[in-house]
Design a protein around this ligand. Structure first.
Ligand code: SAM
Length: 292
């Protein structure tokens, strides 16, 4: 049997878990609703309480803080569920961006949904979507992957499989692993279009756009600082066809001759050139024989 959550008309005695995004670099991105929610919650569960304390200070939030992170999520998750069960309101925050997106939170949200505790997700800052929109790559469909595995073998396998996808692929990457990841990417698909979005929402926000090979070269010339997202064009994104075709500097005759040299019959070579150039076979035939 399904269950229905009416977020703001709950008849149950249990509390609500608010998932509250926080800025990814620019404090002005803190929403009015996020401030109000943090001010009125009974408790804020934060990935790093010292970090969130600064945010609270800036926005005059006096709500008590408790830590909820990768290493205490089981035990602390049980405490939080118990408090939510008693009717308390808990606001969940991570260090930056939207909790549960490559950050702690998913298990707590899942446990709440299983126990009939209302979960309200506030819209707000998120690095993946912020950069996707300005990347210039197809926005949908997209596939959010997050961090690649650390080990080379698993990382290569993950990239090979992601490169077969039609969707724009979104990766999170740390600055000190970016060069290695771009070099690996270039070794698998040198011509694939890639965008790196760095320091989003900050003063030094930068987008670097180009083929995997070009970005690998760029990463060798830069000392990379600041957080970044990597966007890989899907394998059907027209942007990757922007590079000139290999035959673009050849005459039609040279183009036909290249195929003949590769072993094609002249008839087939003419047909293939017509396909490549999206023109009539007759035109290629004439150009080939007239120039002869
Ligand atoms: N939950 C966060 C969100 O909603 O975006 C993501 C947290 S994850 C631990 C951190 C990663 O997000 C970074 O390694 C980087 O890939 C990306 N990121 C966070 N802030 C960013 C920024 N200002 N510019 C670019 N990427 C950022």
């Amino acid at each position: 049997m399904w269950n229905e959550q009416k977020s703001f008309f709950s008849s149950s005695e249990t509390g609500t878990l608010f998932v509250v995004p926080t800025p990814i670099g620019n404090l002005d991105d803190m929403t009015v609703r996020a401030i109000n929610t943090l001010q009125t919650a009974d408790l804020i569960a934060a990935e790093d309480t010292r970090h969130t304390k600064k945010l609270c200070h800036k926005f005059e939030i006096l709500t008590p803080l408790i830590s909820y992170h990768e290493h205490n999520k089981e035990e602390r998750g049980r405490d939080l569920l118990e408090r939510l069960g008693r009717g308390e309101t808990v606001a969940l925050v991570s260090d930056a961006g939207t909790p549960a997106v490559s950050d702690p939170g998913y298990e707590l949200v899942q446990a709440c949904t299983e126990q009939g505790i209302t979960v309200v997700s506030l819209p707000g800052p998120n690095a993946a979507l912020t950069g996707l929109v300005a990347s210039g790559l197809q926005v949908q469909p997209f596939l959010f992957y997050g961090f690649l595995p650390r080990q080379k073998k698993e990382k290569t396998e993950a990239l090979e499989s992601l490169l077969n996808r039609e969707e724009t692929v979104i990766l999170y990457e740390s600055p000190h692993r970016l060069r290695e990841s771009l070099t690996l990417l270039a070794s698998i698909a040198a011509e694939r279009f890639v965008v790196v979005a760095r320091e989003l929402t900050k003063q030094h926000e930068t987008y670097i756009r180009g083929t995997a090979k070009e970005l690998a070269e760029w990463s060798g010339t830069e000392s990379i600082r600041g957080e970044c997202c990597v966007y890989i064009a899907g394998n059907s994104d027209p942007i990757k066809h922007d590079e000139p075709a290999w035959w673009s500097l050849q005459t039609m005759k040279e183009h036909v001759e290249t195929y003949i040299k590769e072993g094609m019959q002249s008839k087939d070579a003419i047909k293939q050139v017509a396909v490549d150039r999206e023109i009539q076979k007759r035109e290629v035939y004439q150009a080939y024989h007239v120039e002869d």
